[in-house]
Design a protein around this ligand. Structure first.
Ligand SMILES: [Zn+2]
Length: 410
């Protein structure tokens, strides 16, 4: 089996399936790389000391990682008498990742290194409703252009990460009944792109990749994080033990269609009424403001109006924050996160939304759950999705199991 074929198999294997290598060919290689991914150079003795592996085993594993290019020599450590020992460090430029953040009407595409650093990127107005072939052809064409611009080839790809603006079954990379994406239901996104690029193609919804990007770029110390995107719609990405929590079918975090306790009137596009999205999303607020005589068309107009100091707009945002807080308060009791990040376009409108969220959560959730809970605005902004799409591929491709398969050349 070639390396790429193996990676494809892993990409489509269900997360709960049996491990590909229950007895890895090079046990410990992936663990050594995981250690070195923090960027600190270490000697063979240091690696033996930390991992408990025999010195001879460490030497073999270091050699195989050197051969793969994933680590390289990084100078000499201070000598304790005799020849100073060589240190080794992770080489983030060893491979690259192609990451796409596809929204309803825009697309962002970037090439990153293995540390999630953006090497080059592009964005364009791309309508997701044009269907999967047109949109993914755009990704493929511009992806090749980015590789060329960076002086890399498709052979350098660790994989491709895609974020879609709708529900995604992560294990198969297929969108499932996405409301704003005609033609995408059940479409085999990995299959379509794997004909054009080497490496696995991983797909998730836009909110999960934003949560991952925000966590990776700013809050790596917070192992339990909830990222709430408040824009035209409302969704939540859950990070648990440092990983995206997706649930059984990838539907975890879909908080937009939880009913707000005090409101059972507003009809929702899902067919129910009183959903959070129907009362507190950008479109819901815009609609309410239109009813009060304002000329607003969507979430971004609401942000503009709030920034201009409009009292009705600020009041609406504060109430939307409280409504989101009502739903989040229950989740805080259930999941006990240490950090809630509020992002999406409505979070750009200042502190009123955040203040409303804080007010209700601290009032409604259990004291033990809120004791050390911080509630903050997104720090990464619009790049969160693209970073998260890359991180999804990096964490998969550099997991100890994958690395062991990669260096053993199975
Ligand atoms: Zn609904």
């Amino acid at each position: 089996m070639t390396e790429d074929a193996l990676l494809h198999t892993a990409a489509s294997a269900p997360a709960t399936g049996p491990p590909l290598h229950s007895v890895p060919a090079f046990p410990g290689t992936g663990m050594l790389l995981s250690l070195l991914r923090d960027g600190r150079p270490r000697t063979r003795s240091e690696l033996a000391g930390i991992t408990g592996l025999a010195r001879s085993t460490v030497t073999q594993r270091v050699d195989s990682l050197l051969a793969s290019g994933l680590i390289g020599p990084a100078g000499e450590a201070a000598s304790t008498g005799g020849r100073p020992p060589t240190t080794f460090a992770f080489v983030p430029s060893a491979r690259v990742v192609l990451a796409a953040d596809l929204g309803a009407t825009y697309a962002r595409l970037a090439l990153t290194d293995l540390a999630g650093e953006l090497l080059t990127d592009t964005r364009a107005d791309v309508d997701i409703a044009q269907g999967p072939r047109t949109v993914l052809d755009w990704v493929a064409e511009n992806g090749r252009a980015l590789l060329e611009r960076a002086g890399r080839t498709t052979d350098d790809l660790l994989g491709v990460g895609i974020g879609l603006p709708g529900p995604v079954e992560h294990s198969t990379g297929r969108a499932v009944n996405p409301p704003i994406m005609p033609g995408w239901n059940g479409f085999d996104v990995p299959g379509y792109l794997q004909e054009r690029f080497a490496g696995p193609v991983l797909v998730d919804n836009d909110v999960n990749i934003m949560a991952l990007g925000e966590h990776f770029a700013r809050w790596r110390e917070a192992s339990h994080l909830m990222f709430v995107k408040v824009a035209t719609g409302i969704g939540c990405g859950i990070i648990s033990e440092g990983r995206v929590y997706r649930g059984a079918k990838g539907a975890a975090g879909d908080m937009g269609h939880i009913q707000v306790p005090h409101d059972d009137e507003a009809p929702c596009r899902c067919g129910n009424s009183g959903c959070l999205e129907a009362v507190a999303s950008g479109s819901a607020i815009a609609e309410a403001l239109v009813g009060q005589g304002f000329e607003v068309r969507g979430a971004l107009d609401v942000v503009d109006l709030a920034r201009s100091g409009s009292v009705p707009a600020l009041r609406a945002l504060r109430q939307a924050g409280r409504d989101i807080g009502e739903v989040l308060a229950a989740s805080v009791n259930m999941l006990n996160p240490s950090l809630i990040v509020i992002g999406g376009s409505l979070a750009l409108a200042g502190d009123h939304l955040l203040a409303g969220v804080r007010e209700v959560i601290y009032q409604r959730s259990l004291p033990l759950a809120t004791e050390d809970l911080r509630i903050v605005s997104s720090q990464v902004g619009e790049r969160a999705g693209i970073i998260g799409a890359a991180v999804m591929v990096i964490e998969h491709g550099l997991s100890p199991q994958r690395v062991e398969a990669l260096v053993s050349g199975d």
